[in-house]
Design a binder for this molecule. Sequence first.
Ligand SMILES: Cc1ncc(COP(=O)(O)O)c(C=O)c1O
Length: 409
Amino acid sequence: MLMKNYRDFETYTKRFPDENGRFGEYGGQYLPPELQVAFEEISDAYESICHSAKFINELRRIRKEFQGRPTPVYHCERLSNLLGQCQIYLKREDLNHTGAHKLNHCMGEGLLATYLGKKKLIAETGAGQHGVALATAAAYFGLECDIYMGEVDIKKQAPNVSRMKILGARVIPVSHGLKTLKEAVDSAFAAYLKEYKTAIYCIGSALGPHPFPKMVRDFQSIVGIEARQQFLEMTGIMPDVVCACVGGGSNAAGMFIPFLDAPVEIVGVEPMGRGANVGDNAASITYGKKGVLHGFESYLLQDENGEPQPVYSVASGLDYPGVGPEHAYLHDIGRVKYDYVTDDEAMEAFFMLSRYEGIIPALESSHAVAYAIRYARTHKSGSILVNLSGRGDKDMDYVLEHYGDKYLK
Ligand SMILES: Cc1ncc(COP(=O)(O)O)c(C=O)c1O
């Protein structure tokens, strides 16, 4: 069904995904038979538990007392004045405990795991933020935790590797293929296949087989719910634009869904890396085609045989050859616009936000900030609300080593 007007989205979350986990033609569940049972168990448990007052109240308490929610919305006055008249605002998910939005779904998934009587949480990580968040959830709930991480990312995101280990997780290096996020997902899936009776696979984004795209979106929606109310309280109106970076799509889904029925332009920002050539970016919606990977159907960067193509972004959390199925759907129906930002633009944004506002953004989030900077340079009025999905402490060593000469005086 094609939805043309923002008001068509008032009942959107009740209608999407459908009972087969589909967002239009995307999503679904492509699994070996033995895992179908495990995913059915997760799906049934989620559907019954997520409506129970006990689960909702416990999650609310965790968000307030442990995570420090609500995170604030912040007006970047200095940066906005520097660029012109358009006003830039940030939803400060970098201030969520552990420094990124990832904890929003990890605490939900951890709570679900305890309801299911599971003993272990398994996941992959790219930038290490999901790994840190899941290790934190495991420590909180008293569960074991195995995190699969590509060797390239282990080197690039060393501080997060240390954090995961200190939190008690096992970090398992992945050494095949490009040794980054896609391979880490492959390995985590393989491990889960052996342990699904006692473990739960907590996918790091709004992707994977049903019910994960829905579950992660639902847990992340707190970001947009808070932001909408906070922005309205601050300014009395809606922002003109809401934007977020898109890797797998969890922070973007959380930010966008509560704004779908509002008169707001919504923009997802993909990583254009070094440029348009195959292997130089990870812009799955911009260049991808429909296909199946890791148990779900969506836009994928793939070759003519349907094999995933090599991907790259300076931001480890964005270099995945696919995107969550809900984003594929929102793109096709035209409700969300997907644009892109290069490594160089993201790096400029990283330093501008640091120097003009005293906020060091994660390289992933810098893509959304870069889009806002571009928007503010080209629009003489209005406002743009950015989901600042995480903080950049994990990226500082890498940035200084590779970009220090250019940006440091
Ligand atoms: C801070 C931050 N933002 C964004 C992302 C991208 O993930 P997603 O698209 O699921 O929000 C990551 C992934 O690691 C991240 O660490």
